[in-house]
Design a protein around this ligand. Structure first.
Ligand code: NAD
Length: 255
């Protein structure tokens, strides 16, 4: 029996990258995992198939965040599918991972890009959580995927970094509200992780690899599993006394 046997988890943006690694990790601990995705249904199905092939349980659901009716669609799909696949209604672990990070310095940032960033990374995360609260069982877990850029200044992703600052504040404040229900709320703040998000500049480029490795005291680029393991810890009973925290997942960057 795994540490999360009998639990139901929802991972937003679970189709690839950090979200996929997290979905697989939570499922390997015994959770039934709802793999949410925006557009790439094929990638979400791949994640579900990989989980099932490893002996776990999962289903996928689609809702494009930042569009009209996004949150309602997500939860309606979750409610329908969890009854079909799971032990009954309700949720134990919410991982808010979906996010976008277009690059632009302050003077290049358009209103449209700024609004889209806040729509997806902040507004959708806020209301997915708000609507999830009535489904989340007491003693549940919320883990938000933030970024080390809320601590480390990277001018070419200034608006993105601001969205993650908002996620950190949301995490700390919501933890105070939900404590009486025994629900913990934490964030994980990754540094540079080798995912599709960074592939265009990072993969197959030795100079970029060296540059990115140089951020970490441990001298390498992070992997999705490095983050997924921390999320799994925060989702487990072992982390019951940790709440309202932003956990650094950068391998010691900019110490
Ligand atoms: P990724 O691009 O590989 O995956 C992003 C996931 O989010 C995908 O599953 C995608 O379907 C989903 N998503 C994106 N926009 C969506 C939308 N509008 N509606 C629904 N789903 C949407 O990214 P990743 O690198 O795995 O990043 C995951 C999270 O980690 C993000 O919140 C990101 O900001 C954060 N993060 C990543 C890094 C990094 O270096 N990769 C560093 C710090 C923080």
């Amino acid at each position: 029996m795994g540490a999360l046997t009998g639990k139901v988890a929802l991972v937003t943006g679970g189709s690839r990258g950090i979200g996929r690694a997290t979905a697989e990790r939570l499922a390997s601990e015994g959770a039934l995992v709802a793999v949410h995705h925006g557009r790439n249904t094929g990638a979400a199905e791949e994640t579900v198939n990989a989980i099932r092939a490893a002996g776990g349980s999962a289903f996928s659901l689609r809702a494009e965040l930042g569009t009209a009716g996004d949150v309602e669609t997500l939860w309606a799909e979750f409610d329908r599918l969890v009854l079909e696949h799971g032990p009954g209604a309700g949720l134990d672990i919410l991982v808010n991972n979906a996010g976008i990070s277009p690059r632009a310095e302050v003077e290049e940032t358009t209103r449209e890009a700024f609004d889209e960033l806040f729509e997806v990374n902040v507004r959708a995360l806020f209301f997915v959580t708000q609507q999830g609260l009535k489904r989340l069982r007491d003693g549940g877990r919320i883990v938000n995927v933030s970024s080390a850029t809320s601590r480390i200044a990277l001018p070419d992703i200034i608006a993105y970094s601001m969205t993650k600052g908002a996620v950190d504040t949301f995490t700390r404040t919501l933890a105070k509200t939900l404590g009486e229900r025994g629900v913990t709320v934490n964030a994980v703040a990754p540094g540079i992780i080798d995912t599709d998000l960074n592939a265009p500049w990072l993969r197959g480029n030795p100079d970029a690899q060296q540059y990115a490795s140089g951020f970490s005291a441990l001298g390498r680029v992070g992997l999705p599993d490095d983050v997924a393991d921390i999320v799994a810890f925060l989702a487990s009973d072992a982390a019951r006394w940790v709440t309202g925290q932003v956990i650094d997942a950068t391998g010691g960057s900019h110490l």
